[in-house]
Design a protein around this ligand. Structure first.
Ligand SMILES: [Zn+2]
Length: 435
């Protein structure tokens, strides 16, 4: 028998089985129980969170031979063909490739024919935001008054692209990203049924890599099982997603934190030599800096840390050396590099520039010290004591109009290139000129 991918084999079949979308499942179940099913639904949410699965379950609930029922039997011909996605009365349409007016006209002309064998004719249009605006217009009339036997279910990852006229005609459900713990529990269940032995941290890593998408996580598990020959290890996960060991990535950042430009570049070079893609490395550096930021702001015990990160002690050690503003600046440099790296053939100089800028952060004086020095400078220019004055004192400037003579002197001073440069650097102004 041909191999069916895990994501399909373990697709949920009932409202109760759907992972992490309880509010949606509950509302739909109740609509069926009370015979208040709307004629058009809109499912919003990122990929792999259960929109298509939920649409198929709703279709089964409506069309099951024993229905309409919130507990479709799962055994009748209709239930089975809907679950496979090839039922003749449940038409699954990919909005991205059927987005023209003609495609929608075809739907519009067909809605009037009764379903072939079930109660309802159900149109499931995936990625509905891809329809052209004229296609939306062609759909509106049907959407407003569809025949009794027709239900529409739309799904989209980008609801903000839908016209208000469509939004207002649908009952909208927002699918949330599925929490990592729920995904991990689901993966464990699959491993058990597939009789593969997973390492606990490997399952957790796969669940985190899914980033809220059950399908992405299961697909990754499938790959890891194939790589590990039936065993699921953290190394196999890392290898599959092309992740470098967290310690090695952290070492690059550690060198930056020490102001060791050469060390940072050398370590980065080692990772590249190991065959890791430069863009993926930038991504991993960002994730690691983000982890440091989590440690710096929430403490090393936070549950929000990355799947392949090094141990918490090591993270805390590096986090000690970097202030929160410095970490924020690092994220900015890396983010900028990642964006620019998309458009060039050789992204290495761009990545290295980001690292050098990060390593240079330690040479910069902390902002409060700079402010104190500026205040002291300002005070000395104003003829006051050179020591840094309290901050409210510096605001006391000569009130009202300055004598014309004094103003001219100040103007002359400002015309001097050296003075102007100084004013530029310190972002201050000239207050007094001694003759
Ligand atoms: Zn059934």
């Amino acid at each position: 028998m041909a191999y069916t991918v895990l994501a399909r084999r373990y697709r949920s079949k009932t409202f109760d089985e759907v992972i992490g979308q309880d509010p949606v499942a509950r509302t739909l179940r109740s609509a069926i129980e009370h015979d208040r099913v709307a004629h058009a639904y809109l499912f919003c949410g990122t990929r792999g969170v259960g929109k298509t699965t939920m649409a198929r379950i709703l279709a089964r609930a409506l069309n099951c031979e024993k229905g309409p029922t919130a507990e479709p039997c799962g055994k009748c011909d209709i239930c089975e063909s809907i679950h496979r996605g090839d039922d003749m009365d449940v038409l699954e349409i990919d909005g991205a490739s059927n987005n023209s007016v003609d495609d929608v006209r075809q739907i519009r002309d067909n809605v009037h024919y009764r379903p072939a064998r079930a109660r309802f004719k159900i149109y499931y249009i995936d990625e509905v935001h891809m329809l052209s605006s004229s296609a939306f217009n062609a759909l509106l009339k049907t959407l407003e008054e569809p025949p009794e036997h027709v239900k529409f279910i739309f799904s989209t990852t980008e609801p903000e692209k839908l016209p208000a006229t469509v939004l207002s005609r649908c009952q909208r459900f927002d699918f949330r990203a599925v929490p990592t713990d729920l995904i991990a529990a689901h993966l464990k269940m699959i491993c058990k049924k597939e009789k593969v032995k997973p390492q606990a941290d490997a399952i957790q890593a796969i669940a985190r890599e899914g980033r809220g998408s059950v399908r992405d996580a299961i697909t990754l598990l499938d790959q890891v099982i194939a790589v590990g020959d039936g065993v699921v290890t953290l190394d196999a996960v890392r290898e599959t997603v092309g992740a470098v060991a967290g310690e090695d990535v952290l070492a690059v950042i550690g060198a930056c934190a020490d102001g060791d430009h050469g060390g940072a570049l050398a370590r980065f070079g080692d990772l590249l030599a190991g065959g890791t893609d430069i863009r993926s490395l930038l991504e991993q550096l960002m994730r690691q800096v983000r982890d440091l930021l989590v440690v710096a702001t929430c403490g090393p015990e936070a549950q929000l840390l990355d799947a392949f990160g090094p141990d918490r002690e090591r993270l805390a050690e590096v986090a000690e050396k970097l202030s929160v503003p410095a970490l924020v600046a690092c994220l900015g440099y890396l983010g900028e590099a990642r964006t620019r790296a998309r458009w060039v053939v050789d992204a290495r100089p761009i990545a290295e520039l980001a690292l050098v800028r990060m390593a240079s952060l330690s040479e910069m004086e902390p902002l409060p010290q700079v402010v104190a020095r500026l205040e002291a400078l300002e005070a000395s220019l104003a003829g006051a004591a050179p020591a840094a004055p309290p901050s409210d004192e510096k605001k006391k400037r000569p009130a009202g109009g300055e004598a014309p003579d004094r103003r001219r002197k100040l103007q002359d001073a400002m015309n001097d290139p050296v003075v102007r440069k100084a004013v530029d650097i310190f972002e201050g102004r000239v207050c007094n000129v001694e003759d």
